[in-house]
Design a protein around this ligand. Sequence first.
Ligand code: IPE
Ligand code: IPE
Ligand code: MG
Length: 252
Amino acid sequence: MAEPDSTIDRLEDIPPADRPAHIAIIMDGNGRWATSRDLPRIEGHRRGVNTVRMISETCAELGVEAVTLYCLSSENWKRPQPELDFLMHLLEQYLVEERRTIMDQGLRLKVIGRRDRLPPGVIEEMDRTLEMSAANPGTQLVLAIDYGGRDEITRAARDLAIDVAAGKISADSIDEATFASRLSTAGLPEIDLMIRTGGDMRVSNFLLWQLSYAELFVTETCWPDFSRADFLSSIRQFKTRQRRFGGLNVNE
Ligand code: IPE
Ligand code: IPE
Ligand code: MG
């Protein structure tokens, strides 16, 4: 796949109608970024926060409705405890230190994933930022933390089964819209573009239901190096894609 043209960082040549409504990003390659520089892996995570800030600011400028960032997967708990401790520390720090940027950009924070395995300090700062930004009119900044697509789908199925057993809904009434309404992304636009940095061609349990017709963009660039120009270039490439959604092109 062609690497993005990292020389252009203007927004003007991306007309509003060509901008994705919802972008999802697998922010990968922090560890490799660090180890290739003889730095500890955590340094890559630390540097990655700058890219998160750039992405949220650029999405606000572009008027993207929602951007979902994969911060921690339900499988990432398999990592060594010191790395996990650092990630939790970084997350808490982000939620405090980026509050100003979130408010200045008019971003509305949303968090998806399990809450019950997160440290109380993270939950506390998260709830504070969620509450503070709840009425903001801008881009929804969705953080996927302890998130797993299979976990989310399993919970939705369980919820529906409970409601059927209780006689609240009939099994026959369950359709795709009902199912989607039980997912944590209910109410968000469909994902138009999914970006993965770090070069791996897989979805790693991210948004399994929601990615059905997303355009995929994978770049070898590691997350800490992913620039605003790279990001805009992925959006430019997105607008050249022919999206058929199973149908035919309009001129065929
Ligand atoms: C992504 O970077 C961040 C998290 C999963 C938290 P990695 O830590 O997976 O970096 P690599 O893939 O090992 O380079
Ligand atoms: C996906 O990256 C999770 C996040 C970016 C948070 P991983 O590094 O965990 O994915 P795998 O293990 O390479 O599939
Ligand atoms: Mg990785």
